[in-house]
Design a protein around this ligand. Structure first.
Ligand SMILES: Cc1cc2nc3c(=O)[nH]c(=O)nc-3n(C[C@H](O)[C@H](O)[C@H](O)COP(=O)(O)OP(=O)(O)OC[C@H]3O[C@@H](n4cnc5c(N)ncnc54)[C@H](O)[C@@H]3O)c2cc1C
Length: 471
């Protein structure tokens, strides 16, 4: 069946640019972890002008739009709602430009370029875009969610590495903010409006990124710790002694790591008995091994720390970096196989991570004795993925349990520990209620004003950062 909207989209984008069949729509309608809806159609523009055309056509027909990148987001913000009326604007065909300025150490890139595609193009020039994670998102999606990742400790998040953007606003106006300068203090830096705001102020069609020299060496170690305080002390010591090369500090609790070896039999258990916490420490440098033996440096440093620390640092394993990272990246799916899982992506001030984790562990038995805490995360950045797992059969009313756990844990993180209910995954329908609960009313009012300017008819996205027309 065709309708006038689809006819106009086809006129603007050609046959390849619009998908309508249920089979073609399916992969755009279901999110990676949360989010399932029905799209009226999928519009696949291949240029900024075509993105603008889609928004103008949508405006004429009163249709709402959801921008979609690689659909790897984890808060249900990239999929349409259930009404069957939204157009998914997929950026997957807007993926041709990767224009590197070697001396400026910047790259101009289309919004639909995948992170892996960008890094492949940068590699021969010995550069990389250092926002690094276990998924392969698009650059526009990374801007819209301000992706963090495992090397944030050394390189920062997308915001820290973004110099400029080009966006198409809700009514089709194009705003070019393609700054390539690292120093440019000339008033409002408007690109920040589009970073981490989930695409509700505009569709990111191009970005200018600062790229980093590709490390020539990496060295990794796995350090056993008896408790969270020992892990935190290890971090302090590493930053004081090896801060120039420290690139990742990932903490994995015994409950989080244990299921990985059942789920991935090819991975070797690092120790016969897992300690309460295993810490993945990574160092990276652009220096050649002939100038600095990084593995030897890390081993010497950790050996000395092990000698000085009391028995709360239990062991150090070196040299199996790839395997250690595989363990880290398989935690989430392994936990899913261990029962029903409820995931929290929270952060608190780094110094309070052990106390916060203890407070969560203390409250769980009172909520439901079947719930196990399986925590891991980017402790170097104050982030922790608190995954709660239980046997399906042990809980009669799972929906009520989820509601209570979310209310109690988010309150604990935000109100008692001055933390965030969304450390890195951003805002989406999955956590909209908590955005509404914890966001300052003045910030919501400001977002309403910005929304009225950027997207006057409230056409973009399923998230509400401030009051929007018709929502
Ligand atoms: C296995 C796995 C590991 C992950 N690890 C991390 C991690 O360590 N750190 C971290 O920060 N995140 C992590 N994530 C989540 C991460 O946020 C997403 O992977 C990514 O940032 C989103 O990019 P995407 O292209 O997939 O966007 P999508 O999922 O398609 O969209 C996400 C949001 O951005 C909007 N959007 C998409 N493209 C555009 C555009 N061009 N213009 C405007 N808005 C747009 C969408 O409307 C939606 O609101 C992980 C995800 C997975 C699946």
């Amino acid at each position: 069946m065709t309708d006038a909207l689809i006819g106009d989209l086809r006129a603007a984008l050609g046959e390849r640019g619009v998908l309508t069949s249920a089979e073609d729509r399916a992969r755009f309608e279901t999110g990676w972890r949360y989010g399932k809806g029905v799209a009226r159609c999928i519009a696949r523009p291949a240029s900024t002008e075509e993105v603008a055309a889609v928004l103008r056509v949508a405006g004429r027909h009163g249709a709402r739009i959801i921008a979609q990148g690689a659909n790897t987001g984890l808060v249900a913000a990239s999929t349409p709602d259930a009404t069957g009326t939204m157009v998914v604007l997929s950026l997957e065909r807007l993926n041709r430009t990767i224009d590197l300025d070697v001396h400026g150490r910047t790259v101009l890139v289309d919004g639909g370029v995948l992170l892996s595609q960008l890094n492949e193009a940068l590699q021969p020039h010995r550069f990389w875009f250092p926002v690094d994670l276990g998924a392969d998102p698009q650059i526009g999606g990374m801007v819209a969610t301000n992706t963090g990742g495992t090397r944030l400790l050394k390189y920062g998040d997308v915001r820290h590495n973004l110099l400029g953007v080009e966006v198409v606003l809700g009514d089709g106006r194009v705003v070019s903010l393609l700054n390539t300068l690292r120093k440019n203090n000339t008033g409002l830096d408007a690109k920040h409006l589009f970073v981490g705001t989930t695409g509700v102020f505009g569709v990111v069609t191009r970005a200018v990124l600062a790229v980093a020299p590709l490390p020539r060496q990496r060295a990794s170690a796995l350090v056993g710790c008896a408790d969270g305080a020992a892990a935190l002390e290890l971090l302090r010591t590493l930053e004081a002694g090896l801060g120039d090369v420290l690139s990742a500090f990932e903490v994995m609790s015994r409950n989080a790591l244990g299921p990985v070896f059942a789920h991935q039999p090819a991975l070797r258990r690092p120790w016969p008995e897992l300690p309460p916490y295993s810490v993945l420490v990574e160092a990276a440098t652009t220096l050649d091994a002939a100038d600095l033996d990084l593995a030897a440096l890390l081993e010497k440093f950790l050996g000395a720390h092990l000698g000085q620390a009391d028995d709360r640092v239990t062991d150090v394993l070196m040299a199996r970096g790839d395997e250690f990272w595989q363990m880290r990246h398989h935690i989430s799916e392994s936990l899913r196989g261990a029962g029903r899982m409820l995931a929290f992506d929270v952060s608190v001030p780094r110094s309070r991570l052990p106390a916060f984790t203890d407070a969560v562990a203390a409250l769980l038995p009172a909520v439901h004795p079947a719930v196990r805490l399986c925590d891991y995360g980017h402790w170097g950045d104050g982030g922790t993925h608190l995954n709660l797992v239980w046997e399906e059969a042990a809980v009669a009313d799972a929906a009520a349990l989820v509601r209570e756990l979310q209310a109690r844990i988010y309150d604990l993180a935000v109100r008692d520990f001055a933390g965030s209910y969304s450390a890195e995954h951003g805002v989406g329908p999955h956590n909209q209620a908590f955005y509404d609960r914890y966001t300052d009313p003045q910030v919501k009012a400001l977002c309403a004003v910005l929304g009225a300017f950027c997207d006057p008819d409230g056409r973009l996205g399923t998230v509400r950062l401030g009051e929007r027309p018709g929502r």
